[in-house]
Write a protein that binds this ligand. Structure first.
Ligand code: ATP
Length: 462
């Protein structure tokens, strides 16, 4: 029997498409051919082992919505690790198995498949990690966060393509609703508050009334969640196409303030995230978003946040540097600065912190110099190195250090351009008494007119 359902286009247009309860045709059109063949092969092998395999979670939701998602999660009623091992032996997949969790990852050339043994979860206390035992597909679906993520599609030959939807996820998709599966959901796991807002904003859905009320009620339960888990959910939010939507919503709900009292998401954040996105450095974006998110925090508040979220050392350094550099921005707000001065002001800071300030600073001059450093100055190198200076009779030690610094400064300022220029400068510096005076370059009082660093084109002043 084929049953049609009314289904709205998620972008809110009036288009209504019809979908059948058996999704065989949709799967065949949605999944790329090699993935489809593989999934069928896995399911065939499962049948021989007396197991059943289902497509579950986000991919089912997105298939119904017509959104691309090839992050395939398979649930196995049986033993996912055993099945994955067997599939790994016959195919060319790399297998990564976690026997303890009953999960396995099969890595192929262009994609990965996650297989998990259907599981049942019980929470010893709110906020604790759940106790997990093997279960049925239905057990596996009820432990999920929202009805729209709690659907499965059968992949077994018998019943292939059948939608399994015990919690009316399809109906909620149709009505554009985010709904929890039971009233204890947020108290069992308050990270679902962050997840819910992420889906609400990504899909342009609304919380169902009781879900909305319980979400607000259980915001204090976030205190029971480990920093690692909260950080992970924030990272997922910051990887969204428009993370500012969820960040602003979390701020309005008081969720951000619960995580760190002075954390907020407002129009300023939205504007800066938008600017960050235009840089198109997608892999750096979540970290850059973190730096911008804390831009208005005090150093003490930031240190508390870093420790609450257990943020790793490199990103912590970038976030702290963001605030330190912010206090130094007035020094960069001077159009007459020479490239070497800009370089020396900025060289100690994490590039991510410089990038964050280049987006957030109110001063056009400072922004220009920050960008100049990032795009050019930090890459400037001298041609001559210590070994070559030795050939000119300059011995290793303080003298050589000063000459190398002077050569670098001259390069930055466009006062030397070629190897011959550098050699000439090195020899003239050797000739003067380096020990009596700090190195003073011939002509170093002059302001550079056109550096190798394109300072003129960057609008650097004369
Ligand atoms: P995306 O969130 O990017 O669309 P996804 O839906 O696959 O992808 P994941 O974070 O990869 O989401 O999680 C996979 C599935 O696991 C979800 O669809 C959801 O059903 C379930 N899940 C993840 N986290 C939780 C949680 N905290 N509580 C309950 N279920 C969860």
């Amino acid at each position: 029997m084929v049953v049609g359902i009314a289904f709205y286009d998620v972008k809110g247009s009036a288009d209504i498409i019809l979908l059948a309860m058996n999704l065989e045709r949709q799967i065949e059109q949605y999944l790329p051919q090699p993935v489809l063949e593989l999934v069928k092969d896995i399911s065939g092998q499962a049948t021989k082992l007396g197991q059943r395999v289902y497509l579950v979670g986000g991919v089912v939701r997105d298939l119904l919505l017509g959104y691309p998602n090839f992050d395939l999660d398979l649930v196995v009623e049986g033993d996912a690790v055993k099945l994955a091992q067997q599939v790994g032996e016959t195919g060319q997949a790399k297998l990564l198995a976690h026997h303890r969790f009953g999960t396995a990852k099969l890595g192929y050339e262009n994609f990965t498949l996650d297989l998990a043994t259907a599981r049942k979860e019980t929470y010893a206390r709110p906020g604790a990690l759940p106790e997990v035992t093997a279960g049925t597909l239905k057990d596996d679906l009820i432990r999920r966060d929202f009805s729209i993520n709690a659907m499965a599609i059968s992949l077994a030959a018998k019943g292939y393509g059948e939608l399994i939807d015990p919690y009316q996820g399809r109906n909620d998709l149709e009505h554009r609703l985010i709904r929890i599966l039971h009233p204890r959901s947020f108290s069992d796991d308050a990270t679902r508050i962050l997840r819910g807002v992420r889906y609400e904003q990504r899909l342009g859905f609304e919380f169902e009334a009781q879900t909305a009320q319980l979400l607000k009620q259980y915001i204090p339960m976030l205190d029971s969640i480990s920093g690692d888990r909260i950080r992970h959910e924030l990272e997922l939010i910051l990887k969204e196409e428009q993370p500012e939507l969820a960040i602003q919503r979390l701020s309005e709900l008081g969720v951000l303030a619960r995580i760190a009292p002075s954390l907020k998401g407002d129009g300023w954040i939205a504007d800066k995230f938008d600017k960050a996105r235009r840089l198109k450095k997608t892999n750096q974006l979540p970290s850059l978003h973190f730096c911008l998110l804390v831009y208005s925090l005090s150093e003490t508040a930031l240190e508390q946040l870093l420790s609450r979220l257990n943020i790793q050392a490199k990103l912590s350094r970038a976030m702290l540097d963001t605030l330190h550099l912010k206090t130094k921005l007035p020094l960069l707000d001077r159009p007459s600065l020479k490239p070497s001065e800009i370089y020396h002001l900025l060289r100690e800071y994490e590039p991510l912190a410089i990038q964050a300030n280049a987006i957030a600073s109110e001063s056009p001059t400072a922004r220009r110099f920050l960008r100049l450093f990032l795009t050019k100055l930090r890459y400037v190198r001298t041609v001559l190195d210590g070994e070559e200076l030795k050939k000119f009779g300059i011995s290793a030690g303080p003298e050589m250090g000063k000459i190398l610094q002077a050569l670098h400064r001259a390069r930055l300022n466009g006062e030397v351009r070629t190897r011959a220029d550098e050699e000439k400068l090195a020899l003239s510096l050797k000739a003067i008494n380096l020990h009596a005076d700090p190195v003073k370059l011939p002509g170093s009082d002059r302001r550079s007119t056109s550096g190798p660093c394109g300072t003129q084109s960057e609008g650097h002043s004369e």
